[in-house]
Design a protein around this ligand. Structure first.
Ligand code: LR7
Ligand code: MN
Length: 590
């Protein structure tokens, strides 16, 4: 019945796949990599799978002018309707070998048609929506370095199959100096047979995805740019809702809902609504976060309404071309991979635009657990340098929070940033503080602070340190950056340069580390770190600059040295003794 419905469907009778999906009700756990994984050995032996015999008539049928593109022919085969694919036991060894070529299941991908069918992932409210008759055309830009043939072609075919022909100016393939043979002549030949203009630019020198996208933007003919990663699948109706938002307001930048394509089974996960928004942490690394209540209230329960997001994931979005240029596109000195998505997101919001996820647009992306890319042998940390530039230009004083967390980044030369600073001035962009308060209130950065530095005990010369929990009542850190911690002891250690002694003094008189605050409760004899609550009380510390005493507000006790044999400071009646004298040695701003 499902296929019958697909054959017969018309836009008004469309419903989504009601068939039980193994992924139903499971929230995909979307996690970006925190670090670049070491690249695997690239397999030069990968070959181009026999390309699907292309059904030209099928393309012609769906591309006569404003043809009805919803008519999907009945298809059988592995992975159709976005289903998971498995292989025989006997093939598993080979499968694992092939997995390492691109860090996704190449064997399975090669068996799935370039034209595989997908379900309809749009929430109900989308079907009644009317889009402008004058939508702008778009150039779809795909950048890649050594992408697998089947995955790249499925991206291209899904764009062709599911974009109204009159809205698709062209597909631009920007080959970031790939070395695989099939991405040369064989690809050049193949794309001439496609029913939509597809152009390829073979970059001679590797620039990374950011440089490659800039090249694509430069070559694009259409008034709207649509960027996709090279391992995506566009689902039915993906394009019109994106273009419609831009047609209504050229400074709205839109992202589709990014459905997960499983890196092992190539199942297209059946997510319908916007379940998360984008943000970033103190490493300036993108991550997914819950939609704040304020945004839910703004939308008012309509699952088909676009959801505003502080940042984009980076790979999948549409933007008015002239607006992209006006915003200074990407920082041209960014290299390789990373940071460009945050830079663009900050510019959009701080300089008067809007960034949103559009629930009526669904595009799948193969989420990988490892990064397969090697970049040039640079002597510096490439992503760190991108982020350093970003921090210097866009984060204002909050850059110190990034440096407090990644002190090594301070040693990287960011190069000349004067043009980017000038750009920000010319665009009269608002402050990062404004962005936090108005666009990203849930951010871990969202507080005002006085400085970042060490708390040094005058009598002993030792520093308060939260790196080593010794089990004095508190718990050890669970995560590298204390993100999931509920409480933790602090200790006194010889002072050093490391970040585990850097506390942030906030305007609420807290001593903070990311979202953990120095806290004290009279049940205990020692201070500890506890999730910041912003209510003052047990997390408020008055530092008397004359006597150098550190008064705990609610208990009126003072922080004192540990008892002999311990490293954990104590809380005592204030006495003015040297053991109760503390210096807050500010490192940033330096
Ligand atoms: O040197 C390179 N040259 C390239 O052309 C390295 C990569 N690339 C291409 C690559 O083929 C792919 O098409 O660049 C694209 C992104 O690289 P991926 O897919 O290896 O990385 P990713 O999916 O983790 O990338 C996410 O973060 C990047 C940070 O710079 C970019 O913003 C990507 O566009 C972004 N991808 C997405 O937003 C998809 C959703 C993932 C999430 C969250
Ligand atoms: Mn990707």
């Amino acid at each position: 019945t499902l296929n019958l419905r697909l054959l017969l469907n018309s836009p008004n009778t469309e419903q989504f796949d009601t068939e039980e999906s193994p992924f139903k009700n499971k929230n995909p756990r979307w996690q970006n990599r925190a670090v670049l994984m070491p690249p695997g050995k690239e397999n030069p032996g990968e070959t181009m799978p026999a390309a699907d015999a292309m059904d030209r008539q099928h393309y012609l049928d769906i591309h006569h002018g404003m043809a009805n593109i919803t008519a999907t022919p009945l298809r059988v085969g592995p992975g159709e309707m976005g289903k998971a694919v498995t292989v025989a036991k006997s093939e598993e060894e080979e499968m694992e070998k092939m997995f390492k070529v691109n860090y996704f299941n190449l064997m399975i991908s090669n068996r799935i048609s370039n034209d595989r069918s997908l379900a309809d992932y749009r929430p109900q409210g989308c079907f009644a929506k009317k889009y402008s008759r004058n939508l702008p055309k778009t150039s779809v830009i795909l950048v890649y370095h050594n992408e697998a043939w089947s995955v790249l072609m499925r991206t291209v075919h899904s764009v062709i199959n599911r974009s109204p022909r009159h809205l698709l100016e062209e597909i631009l393939l920007i080959d970031d100096a790939s070395t695989r043979e099939y991405l040369g002549r064989p690809l050049d030949d193949y794309i001439t047979k496609l029913p939509v203009p597809v152009r390829v630019h073979h970059a001679k020198e590797r620039r990374g995805l950011i440089g490659a996208r800039l090249k694509g933007a430069e070559l694009a003919k259409a008034p709207v740019l649509t960027f996709l990663d090279s391992h995506c699948e566009c689902s039915k109706g993906w394009l019109e809702p994106l273009l419609d938002r831009i047609a209504a307001n050229r400074s709205t930048v839109v992202c589709p809902v990014i459905n997960q394509i499983d890196d092992r089974s190539f199942a297209f996960v059946n997510a319908t609504e916007v379940s998360h928004i984008g943000g970033f942490d103190w490493n300036i690394i993108f991550n997914w976060y819950n939609i704040p209540q304020s945004e839910k209230d703004r939308i008012g329960g309509d699952k088909s309404e676009p959801v505003r997001s502080p940042t984009m994931a980076g790979g999948l979005f549409s933007i008015d071309k002239s607006y992209f240029e006006e915003l200074g596109s990407y920082d041209p000195e960014f290299e390789f991979w990373g940071g460009e998505n945050i830079e663009l997101s900050l510019k959009i919001w701080m300089c008067g635009g809007i960034l949103e996820f559009v629930p009526c647009s669904h595009v799948g992306h193969v989420f990988r657990k490892h990064n397969p890319h090697k970049y040039k042998n640079t002597t510096y940390n490439v992503v760190g340098r991108n982020n350093r530039r970003l921090a210097e230009v866009w984060l204002d004083e909050y850059k110190y929070l990034f440096y407090a967390n990644q002190p090594e980044t301070m040693k990287i030369d960011p190069g000349d940033i004067s043009q980017r600073v000038q750009l920000r001035k010319n665009l009269q962009c608002k402050s990062f503080r404004w962005f936090l308060q108005n666009i990203y209130p849930d951010s871990h950065y969202n507080f005002a602070f006085v400085g970042v530095g060490q708390l040094k005990n005058v009598a002993s010369g030792a520093c308060l340190d939260f790196g080593k929990a010794a089990g004095h009542g508190g718990k050890e850190f669970k995560g590298k950056d204390a993100t999931n911690v509920t409480s933790n002891t602090v200790e006194l250690w010889p002072c050093h340069d490391g970040k585990i002694q850097l506390f942030i003094r906030t305007d609420k008189k807290e001593f903070r580390y990311i979202h953990m605050c120095l806290d004290y409760n009279v049940q205990f004899s020692f201070p500890f770190l506890y999730e910041c609550h912003g209510q003052g009380a047990n997390q408020q510390w008055i530092h008397d600059l004359k006597t150098q005493a550190l008064h705990h507000s609610s208990s009126r006790l003072c922080m004192d040295l540990p008892v002999p044999g311990s490293m954990v400071p104590t809380m005592k009646e204030c006495s003015g003794a040297p053991s109760q004298q503390w210096e807050f040695a500010i490192r940033y701003p330096g």
